[in-house]
Design a protein around this ligand. Sequence first.
Ligand SMILES: CC(=O)N[C@@H](CCC[C@H](N)C(=O)O)C(=O)O
Length: 374
Amino acid sequence: MKSLLEIRRDLHRIPELGFQEVKTNAYLLEQIYSLPQERLTIVTWKTGIVVKVEGINATKTIGWRTDIDGLPITEATDLPYKSEHADRMHACGHDVHMTVALGLLRALVDNPINDHVVILFQPAEEGPGGALPMREWLKIDHPELVPNQIFAFHIAPEYPVGTVATRPGLLFANTSELFIDLVGKEGHAAFPHQARDMSVAAATLLLQLQTIVSRSINPMDPAVVTIGKMSSGTVQNIISGQARLEGTIRTMDAQTMSTIKEKIESFCQATEIAFDCHIHIDYGSSYYQVKNEATITNEFLAFAEQDKNTTDILCDAAMTGEDFGYFLQEIPGMLFWAGVDSPFGLHHAKLNPNEAVIDYLVPFVDSYIRKISC
Ligand SMILES: CC(=O)N[C@@H](CCC[C@H](N)C(=O)O)C(=O)O
């Protein structure tokens, strides 16, 4: 296996979108197959990979999950190892997540533990969601690889390297993507009465959607409706006959998600009447909340507390989404943030995680996994 720094940089160069992680899959397999194979079972699913490290005297199977996909972002760093793929970037740290998973794998192969460890290289976390179908595939096709406990981490740009942060219970939100297509009637810019202008309809709808959280949801119940992309029209002097809003809904409570969707549908119906148009709503993929198992999380925090290289933080829940929630829905475990000290946040074109996190985190998670293995 190459050095972990080399691996991180190689992976950073080749970001791919969900379920298209073909080069990433090949690269990961090359690294995995470069290790001694005696204790390993390797299974692939779509662009994902599952590797089991056979324990010496196992009573359980511990799971470690990494996501493997990148984002549709044009990287704006000057790094010598910046993305080689146009409009694609590892701007959410999945390159670091994969590298730590490979580092853990190598440590377990070099120095086996009692329990089995299953490392899941999961596609499509950013969308459309690989965790749920991967979990279902594992249960049906490889029940022997379903772990009894499962763990994952996510890079946190706002914390220094050496910091881990998490909380028992709800850590990340319920999410749903949101795609709204508006179809009216294109026309000459000089004759608005003969057209049905979807730029104005979409702009009005967007502003109405922004009233849902402030006017229809209990202020004590956190929720977000974000429209991240708005597109409409063709040229400056043609009235737009088509527009599209693309966004995401985040809630801490599953019922609140339904309430927000009902309000969105009401506003869309009202827009159809007001602007004489047709509107189609697609909720894309939705992710189940990330809910950390309390005992496991408290034990993890206690472990971090006694580690002299680690600062542990009991953090607040965040409106981030993570399809790892689908694993936690059925398997007890937890997710934690790990600091990477970047002035640019997640999903930013200049995100540049401090690579020192790799040398810190691999021994930390390795010793944690050893501690919880009987
Ligand atoms: C950790 C993180 O940033 N996750 C993403 C997950 C995206 C889910 C889905 N595509 C959506 O936008 O709803 C996030 O944006 O929180």
